[in-house]
Design a binder for this molecule. Structure first.
Ligand SMILES: *Cc1c(COP(=O)(O)O)cnc(C)c1O
Length: 371
């Protein structure tokens, strides 16, 4: 018999009993996309759940990022992080903007505000930080720089669903924030994404940009793509919303087990919870010091695989280490030694709501070499 695999994540799936009435109603209405009933309902429910004013749903997080930059009518250079999923910088380049990569903080792995100012030129138009693993960026320092130099701030909050700092959603920071609802994320609509904005005017602009730029049946007022979320995605999202709190609580218990068990393992560093932050525990990264631990990150990765534990090296390679980005003259790359060091030593352990205590203990025992 094939041994059970322990994957890094598993999708949050609504029960079929809960999903079915939504689908039956969609079949009755015969309205499948284009701002349908469940699309509107999910926008409303997510505003309430997340504690934000306006949300605009998208077919995926990447198109939300691309459209966010388009909506702000940016030109020139965008300062961002190399320590992210490649969609972050791709979305800059898809807008014919220049990504300017600067290094991250050694503690949170987020864009380091002290590196931003040195990278600003007369072409800089915006800052695009990422709340990596859902850990909030230093938004006060970032906003102060943006205000001083008249720059826009767009947060890639793909990992930060439900994350709050001092009881306020981190999605309220900056000019715009984007979420991803991809199946691998903590909360999903299979594929999906969203932009969070602060004014009705911006919300209406985003609504047009994701639907060809239509103003009315006979009028186009902007160059919009097609990035609409459909009714089945929205129904899946509505049916899942009731599960997310329990799923996050379960993830928190897994994080606690890992932290307690790994605290005394030499050469393994876990990230701590941050003061005043309501975390979503979407990832569990650990940093391997191969000298202290006795095995390299890649050797541990292989050893876990041999035991059917599918951990992932998020984020490796670093964006600027991909062949496509290396020496790419459409980018500007400042030194990123901190990010490179993290990228070469990080491994994300299995973290999801369906892990049993036995699963978690198995992962721990492999790391402790007790198997
Ligand atoms: C997942 C992810 C995205 C892209 O989202 P999709 O919905 O997969 O297009 C963007 N940025 C980061 C940091 C992500 O992890």
């Amino acid at each position: 018999m094939k041994m059970k695999q322990i994957t890094v994540t598993t999708p949050l799936l609504p029960s079929l009993d809960v999903l079915k009435p939504y689908l039956e109603d969609i079949w009755q209405r015969k309205w499948l996309t284009n701002n349908g009933h469940y699309h509107q309902l999910l926008e409303k429910e997510l505003c309430d759940y997340l504690g934000v004013k306006h949300i605009c749903l998208f077919s995926n997080g990447t198109l939300a990022l691309v459209t966010a930059m388009q909506a702000l009518e940016l030109k020139g250079e965008v300062i961002t992080t190399p320590y992210s999923f490649v969609a972050t910088s791709h979305s800059v380049m898809l807008n014919n903007l220049t990504p300017v990569f600067v290094d991250v903080e050694p503690e949170t792995f987020n864009l380091d505000p002290t590196n931003i100012e040195a990278a600003i030129t007369d072409k800089t138009c915006a800052i695009l930080p990422v709340h990596v693993y859902g850990n909030p960026c230093d938004h006060q320092a970032i906003q102060a720089i943006a205000d001083k130099h008249d720059l826009k701030v767009i947060y890639d909050a793909a990992h930060a669903f439900g994350v709050k700092k001092d009881d306020c959603s981190v999605l309220n920071w900056g000019d715009l924030s984007i979420l991803s609802f991809h199946a691998t994320k903590a909360y999903s609509t299979i594929e999906g994404g969203a932009i969070i904005c602060h004014t009705l005017e911006m919300k209406q602009k985003l609504d047009k940009l994701k639907s060809f730029g239509y103003e009315s049946e006979t009028q186009i007022t902007m160059l919009g793509s097609n990035a609409k979320m459909n009714e089945i995605q929205a129904a899946f999202g509505l049916a899942s919303l009731g599960l997310i709190d329990d799923a996050i609580e379960k993830r928190q218990q897994v994080a606690k087990m890992y932290r307690e068990a790994l605290a005394d393992v030499r050469g393994i560093r876990c990230l701590n919870d941050l003061d005043g932050v309501h975390h979503n525990y979407s990832y569990f990264p650990v940093i391997i010091d191969d000298q202290e631990y006795g095995l390299s990150r890649d050797a541990l990765y292989e050893k876990l695989r041999e035991n059917n534990v599918l951990a992932r090296r998020y984020f490796y390679p670093l964006i600027t280490e991909f062949e496509f980005y290396k020496n790419n003259n459409k980018t500007v790359q400042h030194s990123s030694d901190v990010a490179k060091g993290i990228s070469e030593n990080v491994i994300c352990l299995p973290m999801h709501h369906e892990l049993s205590n036995d699963d978690v203990n198995k992962v721990i025992n492999i790391i402790k070499d007790l198997i």
